[in-house]
Design a protein around this ligand. Structure first.
Ligand code: SF4
Ligand code: SF4
Length: 357
């Protein structure tokens, strides 16, 4: 059979359900040895490892103990290896660098355990961004975290989950949303307005507390939405324990995925071919690790999938999980929008050659 010239190589290393820390650590390093492009890290380069520490109370995030062999390998090449992450848009502890580092520490990430420092790439309050020109359909400029733009090379490590606004969260989300400054994150959130069912509201105020835009108030012990202020982030829908808030899905959900991958294109614009991605297909929960709750896995563990093209790596991850299984997580969202748009704007290819190691 003739090979598709556009297809990228994607590597898969399977792991057992409930694999030990040792087994995942070995699998990660074994996979990286296959992926590592020539000249990916040079002496004295600043290499950022981009991952999420998970919100307080979440459990599925990538564990620091899985990274030690890989980090030791990088440290032989350059002293300037660091973990890079950006502040969240919503008002939990990770919305500023101080709270963020406290949560990282609670989850076992610190210089003592990792042997490398942690940099919050968009600064104390998420305002340290840099404009990057791109050729997108929604944006001509994207606002990325400075700490990402000033890196020489970047390894994205993404814990694969469902996502209430993009359907699927993996490398494209880690690069697109995860590398943006606060204003960049805001730009990606479109008006996916929530709807409040007053009869179900018990007036607890949790939605008001978490809303990053001050768009919810309480009137006669019922939540009310100020539509003009709402940025459509969807956080209120997740904290409401009474099921009183739902996101109204419409064409804006499509736009959000498209905007997110245009941000990922910005990262590629900055770093060129010096990006690599690894998706962790284990403890796959319905919601992402930004949710401050401990969720049960909804799909079986598969292993680790990686390569240098985030589009192929995410497409291969969806295919391995089964696209129908992925779509079941959020039936109103088509998660393949992100793949199609990423391919359209020439971020990468949905065609791949899977190599199981
Ligand atoms: S969706 Fe709107 S109302 Fe809900 S938390 Fe986000 S900004 Fe606030
Ligand atoms: S979180 Fe839900 S129940 Fe509580 S005030 Fe908001 S809408 Fe009402």
């Amino acid at each position: 059979m003739q090979k598709n010239p556009n297809s990228a190589k994607v590597y898969l290393k399977r792991i057992d359900d409930w694999a030990s820390e040792e087994a995942i650590k070995e699998a990660l390093f074994c996979l990286w040895q296959q992926i590592e492009p020539d000249g990916f890290v040079k002496k004295d380069d600043f290499l950022g490892i981009k991952l999420s520490f998970g919100e307080e109370g979440s459990r599925g995030f990538i564990k620091p103990g899985w990274l030690s062999t890989l980090i030791a390998h990088f440290k032989q090449k350059t002293e300037n290896v660091f973990i890079v992450e950006t502040n969240t848009l919503y008002r939990e502890r990770r919305s500023n660098a101080v709270g963020h580092l406290h949560v990282a520490n609670q989850h076992g990430f610190d210089i003592k355990s990792l042997g490398i420092p942690i940099i919050i790439g968009d600064g104390l309050h998420g305002r340290e961004g840099q404009n990057i020109s791109i050729r997108g359909e929604h944006f001509e400029n994207v606002k990325l975290a400075k700490g990402i733009c000033e890196s020489d090379c970047l390894l994205s490590l993404a814990h694969v989950t469902g996502h209430m606004q993009t359907g699927f969260a993996a490398s494209l989300k880690n690069l697109g949303m995860g590398c943006a400054s606060r204003s960049g994150k805001l730009q990606q959130h479109t008006k996916t307005l929530p709807e409040i069912t007053v009869e179900k509201c018990v007036g607890c105020g949790l939605c008001m507390k978490i809303c990053p835009a001050n768009a919810i108030g309480l009137k006669r012990k019922k939540a009310i939405l100020v539509k003009e202020r709402c940025i459509g982030c969807g956080e209120c829908t997740v904290v409401c324990r009474s099921g009183a808030i739902d996101i109204k899905y419409d064409e804006n959900i499509v736009k959000m995925q498209e905007k997110m991958v245009e941000y990922a294109l910005g990262v590629k614009e900055v770093l060129g071919s010096r990006i690599a991605c690894i998706n962790f297909l284990c403890s796959i929960t319905k919601n992402c690790d930004c949710m401050a709750k401990d969720e049960e896995a909804v799909l079986p563990d598969v292993g680790l999938i990686g390569g240098t093209d985030p589009v192929s790596v995410d497409k291969a991850s969806m295919d391995i999980l089964g696209i129908d299984n992925v779509k079941k997580l959020f039936p109103d969202i088509d998660p393949e929008v992100q793949i199609r748009h990423a391919e359209k704007i020439k971020l990468g290819s949905s065609q791949y050659e899977l190599v199981e190691i």
